[in-house]
Design a binder for this molecule. Structure first.
Ligand code: UDX
Length: 438
């Protein structure tokens, strides 16, 4: 089948590569000529496990190609996926100008029937707007259908999430379009849920908000654990063993970050307010998330008394492991606060260094070449992202290089008992009793 993806960012590129991998002929469009040039040359602008080899393989087999021409894309694909950015505006609502522009461009080149798919995360009722826009700008009588097909991929496991999804949601009201979408997804073994467009759009925001709610729920519990001496990890295990709840997304820590959750929760709050049905529960989810980082900085300040001129090692800059993405990373916010108070921060991240070095904070901190180098001479180690290589650290070697053996574990990565046995003073999140041991 011929498929076009408009927008070759995280979602668009991975979706395009996976559709090509299962045998479709895919054209990915992007208006950034430099990006398209480097993609053609086999250079992937993001670190995503498995993506580079998938792109190279499918470019070589001629099932995947890249262009800057929307016209070429519209002519090529029976299905046109819109995967352009939907950035937040200062009030939390979504900037839909890229979607609107692409809708107009598609309309301009539309000659015969196409299925136009909203893949980007958009507020409910965007599909209706896209339909109106295309109808307004297209040649009279030209046929098309608009479908919503939200993406649920996680950065760091995007290829796997796309190749083996939990579910495929297709929202539309035309049997013709739904049949074409079912055909596009036929090679993927996953349950397909067919809905109307508005429900499909809502599913995406509701799913992400629920996951964020789970994280804030366990983080709120972590505060109670600290006040009582209970261990949040055990509490999460205990409630997570209930199949109705499940253990995933119950890892207490510094809170959620990244390019999706903070933006999507703010957008859902804004949409609910516009609709006259304010979703106040999500405001509490947001404030618990903010409180986690504030409490953690307070904990560090309380232990070190003064942060100014303190040599602090920070492990982790990406918003989560297995990605180089530092957008809306809690680790970056943390480093910003520490630097603001005059701490001498030496940071290390296995993949996120290059992107972190492009941020304004880069001029206020130093970067190390390895985790142990960052810790050398440090008065405290702060773990901000749960990279597996940090969990596997040799605690004896770590203690030997640090000036004072103090660990602030913002992701509960290190075993507190092992840390104590190696002579560390350890502070985790929601680990009351254990963190009190010397
Ligand atoms: C998320 C959704 O999972 C995905 O379905 C959607 O398509 C896009 O948004 P992503 O942002 O890539 O994916 O990352 P995710 O793995 O969900 O983690 C988001 C944030 O939550 C990270 O900062 C992570 O550290 C944090 N998190 C996650 C926790 O603090 N605790 C947890 O238990 C799980």
């Amino acid at each position: 089948m011929k498929i076009t993806i408009i927008g070759s960012g995280y979602v668009g590129l991975t979706t395009g590569a996976c559709f090509a991998e299962v045998g479709h002929h895919v054209v990915c469009v992007d208006n950034d000529a430099r990006k398209v040039e480097s993609l053609i040359a086999g250079q992937i602008p993001i670190y995503e496990p498995g993506l580079e080899s998938l792109v190279k393989k499918n470019v070589a087999s001629r099932r995947l190609s890249f262009t800057t021409s929307t016209e070429e894309g519209v002519n090529h694909g029976e299905v046109l996926f819109i995967a352009v950015p939907t950035p937040p505006q200062p009030d939390g609502s979504v900037d839909l100008s890229f979607i609107e522009k692409v809708a107009r461009e598609i309309a301009q080149y539309l000659d015969s029937y196409r299925v136009i798919v909203d893949k980007s995360t958009v507020p409910v009722k965007t599909g209706e707007r896209v339909t109106q826009t295309i109808r307004r700008y297209a040649k009279p009588g030209v046929e098309f259908d608009v479908v919503s097909n939200p993406e649920f991929l996680r950065e760091g496991s995007a290829v796997e999430d796309l190749m083996k999804p939990d579910r495929i949601v297709i929202g539309g009201n035309s049997d013709r379009a739904l049949a074409i979408m079912q055909k596009a997804y036929e090679p993927f073994v996953a349950p397909v849920l067919v809905t109307d467009i508005n429900s499909a759009e809502l599913i995406k925001h509701a799913a992400n908000s629920f996951l964020a709610l789970k994280i804030s729920y366990i983080n709120a519990i972590s505060e109670i654990c600290e006040a009582t001496g209970a261990d949040v990890q055990k509490v999460a295990d205990g409630i997570g063993m209930d199949k109705r709840i499940g253990r995933s997304f119950l890892s207490a820590g510094l809170g959620y970050g990244g390019s999706c959750f903070p933006k999507d929760i703010a957008a859902f709050i804004a949409i609910s307010e516009q609709l006259g049905v304010p979703f106040n529960l999500l405001k509490e989810v947001q404030s618990i998330n903010q409180r986690q980082i504030d409490r953690f900085v307070a904990l560090i300040r309380e232990a070190l008394w003064v942060l100014k001129e303190k040599k602090l090692a920070v492990w982790g800059l990406s918003f989560k492991p297995n990605t180089d993405d530092v957008r809306s990373s809690v680790a970056i916010s943390l480093v910003e606060q520490l630097a603001e108070e005059g701490a001498d921060v030496l940071a290390f991240d296995p993949k996120g260094m290059e992107k972190a070095k492009q941020l304004p904070i880069a001029s206020k901190i130093r970067f190390a070449d390895s985790a142990l180098e960052a810790a050398t001479g440090a008065e405290a180690l702060i773990i901000a992202t749960e990279w597996p290589e940090f969990a596997a650290v040799d605690l004896a070697a770590l203690r030997d290089v640090m000036r004072t053996p103090l660990i602030f574990d913002g992701r509960n990565l290190i075993d507190p008992v092992a840390a104590a046995n190696f002579g560390f003073q350890y502070r985790g999140i929601g680990r009351g009793i254990l963190s009190e041991r010397p």
